[in-house]
Design a protein around this ligand. Structure first.
Ligand SMILES: Nc1nc2c(ncn2[C@@H]2O[C@H](COP(=O)(O)OP(=O)(O)OP(=O)(O)O)[C@@H](O)[C@H]2O)c(=O)[nH]1
Length: 752
């Protein structure tokens, strides 16, 4: 049987932990606080005690209730209708209604004086017994005080009730909340929470953040459940985007989003211009003051959204960032020029994006135009017209003259119908950035394509790593609108910064969350950026020098002894490559620690460790911050490596790879063999032909080779993590308990 903690028992039997704790202490149990456990017998004793106590309590309550009951009846009953069965005889004979009304105690006197009333003797007896209690309460002398006290108790109960608003069934908390915040959730004064915590052995003021265990303990003490609030990572807008995008609760048909691609000069811009000018929604004509990178036209009363040709690379880059905005690709091929390199590129981009392609064979008005030749060429790239047994739509057009452009639009709508493009306008808006810029007067301006939901002016929004509130929203004709449905391109202002093309955007419930998400994303982006650009390693050192953004190489030196630090420092300072100097940011004796890594990160330095190792935390931090740590045993190697890197000649032929670590736990001395280190392989694997380093307090004491490796008495080829082993080191005996044997191999690295 599991031992029970006091607070658990408290929850179970609904007795305050403090009371159980006090009783347990009184009984001499070995308990300290509410987390202390009770033995089986101790638990039983506690249960029995409080069960008894509870019964007593109940009994008292019962009596009180009864008394109350009696007193009530006594005061209002006028003729003894129900109560009177017991005392009827005497009552009828000897008492007046008035007497009866005022107090049953009068009956007592009467009963006493009517000793001949044999009938109902037992009943009388019982009644008397009842009555006696009643009398105790109703002695005239004490009655008033007593009633007063009852009223007082009621009053106290009432005031207690007022103070103690009901507790929630479950305390839904976040780690780090303080007593004040928890008080609010529990409908309790912060002072009460602080007091409770004090009783639980936690001394805090109401502003101190509390950990998970303390909060749960507190909840247990109140006898309620505790549940940690599931924090949503608000900065993960891709997740929100997917959620919005996959919301199929309600669906409406939406306009297709079309991108025009093709080789240079084949007529993309001409086609877009023609469409823009010939198909502007009536009433908005003349409103065009600037192109916004995307626009919608109306054809046959249906909308089609065109994205201004972003260029193939931009198209793919947008896709790489997750913005799969295009439904249909229009491939423009000039009939007088045929398939050209960028035509093929466009086909591949469209294929990769898995968007259907409609071919617009352009410039058919030109004398040298040979549209059929183009069609024939394209069949070689998998674009086969229906007439020839394929499924690609071809339209022969003249963008300049407008010939068959309407037919092209018909085909787009036809394709869109087949694709059954739908979206849910009844949700928060989500979509992608088409383009964005900084406007002098208006601040950041972004053209967004709404892919889901409806966007409204005033919506709190996160766009890429930026955030804000939609301050103004314009359509492609620069007309202010206050809401926009799926597939609509809009230009918005109100962001705190300029997002990037291809960034996703999501509308949030409130501005506070949007701000938190945006700020978090900006911070993450900054960290990423810094990681990418700033961390200098010996491998990229020469490139950075070449780019001319470095005049000096920052280095941090850590070594086992002062002499080594000085030797390395002075040698490094003497390296002179094309006027570039080594700057020793910091040097000292001892293991490479976290502050060395932090300094290296801040000053863009490389850490050189000579006969020392990074502490485990420093290693983790260095990995996270991309700080380059180079470990050496030979001073010359360290100098040579830095110099080679500065000259761009870094090409190590061998690199060492640590394979495992052994913690020395016992030492045996054998006269013939020398010192045998008995230990445990704590990571990786140790092989009998491994090279090794003996490390004491993060300092390399000795480097050499393994002489013998054993599992118990037998020779072993290798010993893996979690197993014990015995090791002797070639020509070395000064091994101590607590030393770490680092096993490594030299691995050949291909020269770049
Ligand atoms: N005769 C004729 N000329 C056309 C037609 N379409 C485009 N042009 C001309 O072809 C030239 C290039 O057209 P653009 O629309 O600029 O071609 P583009 O594909 O946008 O070119 P880039 O923007 O450089 O990639 C221009 O001089 C147009 O006037 C057409 O249908 N017939």
């Amino acid at each position: 049987m599991d031992k029970k903690r006091i607070y658990e028992l408290s929850k179970e039997i609904r007795v305050d932990s403090k009371k159980i704790l006090d009783k347990a202490k009184e009984k001499g149990f070995d308990v300290k606080n509410h987390m202390s456990t009770l033995g089986e017998d101790e638990e039983k004793q506690m249960r029995d005690f409080f069960a008894k106590n509870k019964n007593n309590h109940k009994k008292n309550n019962y009596h009180n209730n009864n008394n109350h009951h009696n007193s009530y009846h006594g005061s209002v009953k006028s003729s003894g209708q129900s109560h009177g069965n017991d005392n009827k005889p005497s009552h009828d004979k000897n008492t007046t209604n008035k007497a009866n009304n005022s107090h049953v105690s009068n009956n007592t006197t009467n009963n006493h004086s009517n000793n001949d009333a044999n009938k109902g003797k037992n009943n009388k007896k019982r009644f008397n017994k009842k009555r006696n209690k009643f009398n105790r309460r109703n002695k005239f002398s004490g009655m008033y005080t007593k009633n007063q006290r009852i009223r007082q108790i009621h009053k106290e109960n009432k005031s207690n009730q007022r103070k103690e608003r009901p507790l929630p069934e479950t305390l839904v908390y976040s780690v780090g909340m303080n007593a004040q915040e928890i008080g609010k959730l529990l409908h309790r004064e912060p002072a009460e929470i602080v007091k409770k915590l004090f009783m639980l052995g936690v001394m805090v003021n109401q502003n101190v953040s509390l950990d998970k265990e303390t909060i749960e303990l507190l909840a247990a003490d109140y006898g309620i459940n505790a549940e940690e609030k599931q924090e949503v990572n608000v900065s993960d807008i891709d997740k929100f985007f997917e959620e919005e995008n996959n919301n199929t609760k309600y669906q409406e048909a939406r306009a297709p989003v079309v991108t025009i691609m093709g080789h240079v000069d084949h007529g993309k811009t001409t086609l877009l211009d023609y469409l823009r000018h010939s198909h502007i929604t009536s009433g908005e004509a003349g409103g065009i003051t600037q192109a916004i990178g995307a626009y919608q036209i109306k054809h046959d009363d249906k909308n089609i959204t065109f994205l201004d040709t972003p260029g193939h690379a931009a198209f793919t880059e947008m896709r790489a960032r997750g913005a799969d905005v295009t439904d249909i690709t229009i491939l423009v091929v000039a009939a007088d020029d045929g398939v050209m390199p960028q035509t093929i590129e466009a086909i591949n981009h469209a294929k990769a994006a898995e968007t259907p392609v409609i071919v617009a064979v352009n410039k058919i008005d030109k004398p040298g135009a040979n549209p059929d030749h183009v069609i024939e060429q394209l069949t070689g790239y998998g674009l086969v017209p229906e007439d020839w047994g394929g499924d690609t739509i071809f339209v022969k057009i003249s963008a300049k003259m407008g010939t068959n452009v309407d037919e092209l639009l018909d085909m787009i709508l036809l394709q869109a119908d087949v694709m059954e493009l739908k979206a849910n306008p009844k949700q928060h808006a989500a979509g992608s950035v088409i383009e964005a810029r900084l406007d002098r007067g208006r601040g950041p301006v972004a053209t967004l394509l709404i892919q889901q939901g409806t966007m409204h002016v005033g919506d709190p929004i996160v766009v890429g790593d930026t955030f804000g509130r939609v301050r103004t929203m314009n359509n492609e004709n620069n007309k202010e609108i206050d809401n926009a449905k799926p597939s609509t391109p809009v230009e918005i202002t109100g962001l705190n910064d300029v997002p990037k093309a291809g960034d996703r955007f999501v509308v949030f419930d409130d501005e506070k969350t949007a701000r938190a998400a945006g700020e978090e994303r900006a911070k993450e982006a900054q960290v990423e950026e810094r990681k990418k650009n700033n961390s200098i390693t010996l491998d990229n050192l020469f490139d950075s020098l070449k780019e001319g953004d470095m005049k000096e190489v920052a280095v941090i030196i850590k070594a086992d002894v002062r002499g080594s630090v000085e030797a390395i420092s002075s040698s490094l300072e003497k390296i002179d490559v094309e006027g570039v100097k080594v700057n020793i940011v910091h040097s000292s004796v001892g293991a490479i620690n976290e502050s060395d890594v932090a300094l290296a990160e801040a000053s863009n330095a490389i850490i050189i460790g000579f006969n020392v190792r990074p502490t485990p935390q420093a290693k983790i931090q260095a990995d996270a911050d991309s700080v380059d740590i180079r470990l050496h045993q030979v001073i010359y190697d360290a100098i040579d490596e830095v110099e080679s890197a500065m000259k761009g000649m870094l090409a190590p032929k061998y690199t060492e790879e640590v394979t495992g670590e052994v913690e020395v736990r016992q030492i045996y001395k054998a006269s013939k063999i020398g010192t045998i280190a008995g230990g445990m392989v704590t990571s990786g694997v140790v092989k009998n032909d491994s090279k090794l380093r003996l490390i004491r307090d993060n300092v390399v004491i000795y480097s050499g080779d393994i002489d013998s490796l054993k599992r118990f008495k037998d020779d072993a080829k290798e010993v893996k993590q979690g197993f014990e082993c015995g090791i002797t080191i070639e020509n070395y005996n000064d091994i101590k308990i607590g030393d770490v044997i680092e096993a490594y191999e030299m691995k050949q690295v291909p020269v770049k």
